[in-house]
Design a protein around this ligand. Structure first.
Ligand SMILES: Nc1ncnc2c1ncn2[C@@H]1O[C@H](COP(=O)(O)OP(=O)(O)O)[C@@H](O)[C@H]1O
Ligand SMILES: [Mg+2]
Length: 212
């Protein structure tokens, strides 16, 4: 399955979730490749930091920040169980390309009530992709959620109606993700019992349940 994590907004958790989903699936014995489609190369940086610290590799990270991604992804997917594309903010061409090849589109967003969860541009790109790929599945993933009690009733009601639909599994605001980014590790490796790891496991399971 090719899963594309895209959002034209930066800082919403595309890279964090791409690496942690990859780690979760790799840990379960799947062959996983992360394609870093962001010219900033944060996923590549993470994997280089990991190598520098002498931590065993769990999955490969390939840097392919280009608009021809869709032509390269099928060959990469042929040798992997899951390919996870870590999208680039702002560059529409790269997101468009990822949407052409993806089996599932995940749009991470931070659930600010003042903010559209998916940017208007992201929704436009998805509509555009569906002209060529009707039925392309897409889901929102709420990241950096405040404590559960703060998810108020009006948000819960909005969730039920949202298009693209919002996954039930949500990721909290957890400092351990920042430590993981800095040290080339996964939250689960830093603290196997942490809430972040449990949330990632639940997210990965929900996504696997959507697999075509
Ligand atoms: N759930 C979270 N809790 C706390 N910090 C997070 C969380 N998700 C992401 N971050 C931090 O927010 C910053 C942006 O996340 P990142 O995954 O790089 O976003 P994007 O790839 O969409 O730009 C990073 O410093 C990351 O460590
Ligand atoms: Mg990123």
């Amino acid at each position: 399955m090719i899963v594309a994590l895209v959002n034209q907004k930066g800082g919403v958790g595309k890279t964090t979730l791409a690496l942690h989903l990859a780690g979760r699936w790799a840990g379960k014995g799947k062959r996983v490749v992360v394609v870093d489609a962001d010219p900033q190369g944060s996923a590549l940086d993470w994997s280089e930091q990991r190598a520098r610290e002498g931590v065993a590799r769990l999955f490969g990270v390939l840097g392919l920040p280009r608009e021809t991604l869709h032509r390269e992804l099928p060959a990469i997917a042929a040798d992997a169980d899951h390919v996870i594309v870590d999208g680039a903010p702002r560059i529409a061409g790269v997101a468009r390309s990822a949407l052409l090849a993806a089996d599932l589109v995940l749009i991470p967003a931070t659930p600010s009530p003042l903010d559209g969860w998916a940017s208007a541009e992201m929704l436009r790109l998805l509509d555009e992709a569906r002209v060529f790929r009707p039925g392309l599945p897409a889901r929102m993933v709420l990241n950096r959620c405040a404590a559960r009690t703060v998810i108020a009733r009006e948000i819960a009601e909005a969730l039920a109606e949202h298009d693209p639909p919002v996954l039930g599994a949500r990721i909290g605001q957890r400092v351990i993700f920042a430590d993981a980014a800095r040290t080339g590790r996964l939250a689960e490796e830093l603290d196997p019992g942490c809430l972040a790891a449990a949330e990632i496991a639940a997210l990965a399971a929900e996504i696997e349940g959507l697999a075509p």
